[in-house]
Design a protein around this ligand. Sequence first.
Ligand code: NDP
Length: 453
Amino acid sequence: MTTTHDVVNPATEEVVATVPLSTEEQTEDAIERARAAFESWRRVDPADRGRLLRAFASLVDSHIEELATLEVRNSGHTITNARWEAGNVRDVIMYYSAAPERLTGRQIPVPGGMDVTFAEPLGVVGVIVPWNFPMPIASWAFAPALAAGNTVVLKPAELTPLTAMRLAELALEAGLPEGVFTVIPGSGRIVGEVFVAHPAVRKICFTGSTEVGRHIMRGCANQVKRLTLELGGKSANIVFADADLERAAAAAPYGVFDNAGQDCCARSRLLVERPVVDRFMGLLETAVAAFRVEDPARETAEMGPLITPGQRSTVASYVDDAEVAFRGTCPTGAGFWYPPTVLVARTGAERHWREEIFGPVVSVLAFDDEDEAVRLSNDSEFGLSGSIWTRDLGRAIRVARGVETGNLSVNSNSSVRYWTPFGGMKQSGLGRELGPDALAAFTDVKNVFLSSD
Ligand code: NDP
């Protein structure tokens, strides 16, 4: 029996849509259709595959406002962010649309003949997407997977399926054949588990919690299924005394409160060199007070609500027994609102310092020197992103090499560009998405020797 899920606008608590939750049988049928479509999709002339992806990208481009508005209502993202996210989908598809004709192998010198390699598509790729960035995270997997000749089945998060479902319609409208890109709304425990267990699914791309990531990794081991994982984070924002403190403090709220802190790259541990702690905190307090938390549909909004009341309770549980330095403001009434909150850490053992909160909460800890900054930064099971603020180039290089994390910015908090690699070290993930090398994660190398005898 098909059940349904009411999709709720987190800013108003109103039901936006009711979406069917797919059953095991429906998921298996979709995988079988994707398996059948793979046989022809992999043989589509590379130039035609590229053209179809470009048609898909331009349809996304002409629907940016529609997709963005849908995301504001489904996920509570600010309209400015949601437009960027839809634009990012367009850019990622366009970037990888240039890949099919460039997916070259190598010719390796050997005696007695010729040796060549081919980048072969894997088959059906299963993509499992979380609720925090429904559009970009989906496209980071489906675009290179399709470009490399795979077919894709994609499970959006139960809470935020609407934009992915719309993207699948746009793909069909652009001319991608039936079965090449299928979005299957449903629960992780049903649809997600079938992806992992079904032998026709040759690779899983999972973004979400480290706990579920570990569970999926165990499941994939049964079939030696390929796997890319993008998991949690607890990234450090390291501010040295020689930094442009005004710039670092003005940028810090955006580095952690963006998307209400529901961001695996959130710089939620703020390390500040002791001599400038007081000055920096004064500047940060001004920046946090000015941070606009309001109806995410407003052009001026810088932060919207949290995704669910449950997420809000989880976030609050980290703040209840912590030392609060200061807080911003947020609306009251309907909606899952939570104010930007700055906590003080004293030792680095505090729960709010160590665990991923996934809300608008940042913890501040003082450090004494460069070595201590690197040590405190690395004292985490995670390693996804991070920032270093300093005017000393040598220090920037030393600390960037010392911090164990996949994506670092110096004098900036930006983590994501579609043409540079993205992914985590340690328990933040496995493999890399985006950039020029992502296709390698969606292909296997085949080596062929041709005898000249
Ligand atoms: P989950 O890891 O539970 O969910 C991520 C995706 O995995 C969803 O599509 C979910 O489906 C699916 N899923 C859940 N269980 C399974 C399973 N057994 N097999 C296959 N797929 C499954 O994250 P939550 O949404 O529960 O968020 C919890 C916490 O995880 C957050 O508070 C945050 O700390 C962290 N998180 C980190 C993210 C990141 O980007 N690094 C993203 C999201 C969460 P369904 O929608 O049905 O639950």
